[in-house]
Design a binder for this molecule. Structure first.
Ligand SMILES: C[S@@+](CC[C@H](N)C(=O)[O-])C[C@H]1O[C@@H](n2cnc3c(N)ncnc32)[C@H](O)[C@@H]1O
Length: 244
């Protein structure tokens, strides 16, 4: 059996391995309680992601070579710096040129300054405002017009209503063969106390939003292989591939 076939078979087997699934769910529960996602940085900026997800997003960016990555939720800038840095490597290796648009309702001055002075800033632009405001949506759509390979990452407010509005606004900009990543779908699978004092929780979160949205968007499919490969992820069922 070739390497690729072995890989596919192992991922399928991992996905059916009940012991591994239970261990992964237990790790997710305990690590969310311990606020593990805040432990990391990328090229000097705090990134609020799990390392496992970061590796898979790298695989997607390398494979898709997007012209544009639209990201909602900038925080300290780690995830937009990460995306820009992989785009930089794609370019350095002879691939396509890409840029990142980051959107956040509140870009703190020290975060803005650190992002704007970072070596990766040449591939980044930021928009301050709510990701679901008409002005912000119009601006992003204007900048996305004419882009051939668009990838989308939704990681801002995690309520059902907000993510549904983001999927309507930005999900549809995802190009065929590319992905819309919906973060923090794991909220649906965790006990409500792990949502702390947030306005989201089980029954009202990114997973409930994407399940509803997919009912009227058959051009997208959940990439189950990515879920089976990761097992440890904040985005179970959150890797949406545009198939047509
Ligand atoms: C989880 S953090 C983003 C983490 C970042 N993607 C990373 O990986 O490091 C969520 C961010 O969403 C922002 N946010 C909350 N509500 C928003 C809204 N309505 N529109 C845009 N951004 C929003 C917050 O200000 C916060 O910075």
């Amino acid at each position: 059996m070739g390497f690729e076939q072995e890989l596919e078979q192992r991922i399928r087997e991992n996905g059916q391995n009940e012991t591994l699934q239970v261990a992964a769910r237990s790790f997710m529960r305990e690590s969310i309680a311990a606020k593990y996602s805040y432990n990391f940085s990328w090229l000097g900026r705090p990134i609020i992601q799990y390392p496992q997800d970061i590796v898979v997003i790298q695989q997607l960016i390398w494979g898709i070579q997007p012209d544009l990555i639209i990201e909602t939720g900038i925080a300290h800038g780690g995830s937009i710096i990460f995306s820009a840095s992989i785009l930089e490597l794609v370019s350095a290796c002879g691939g396509r040129e890409g840029e990142v648009i980051g959107i956040d309702i509140d870009i703190r001055p020290h975060n803005r300054q650190a992002i704007e002075t970072h070596p990766m800033s040449k591939r980044i632009s930021m928009i301050e405002g709510s990701s679901i405001s008409a002005e912000v949506i119009a601006e992003v759509r204007k900048r996305a017009a004419g882009k051939k390979r668009v990838m989308v990452c939704l990681d801002s407010n995690h309520t059902h209503a907000h993510v549904l509005a983001e999927l309507e606004a930005y999900g549809v900009l995802t190009s065929v063969g590319s992905y819309c990543l919906v973060f923090d779908t794991v909220i649906e699978d965790m006990p409500s106390e792990l949502s702390f004092d947030r306005p989201w929780g089980p029954g009202d979160n990114p997973k409930t939003a994407l399940k509803l949205w997919l009912e009227s968007h058959p051009e997208f499919a959940i990439d189950k292989d990515i879920g089976n490969k990761l097992l440890i992820t904040v985005a179970p069922d959150g890797f949406l591939k545009r198939i047509v």
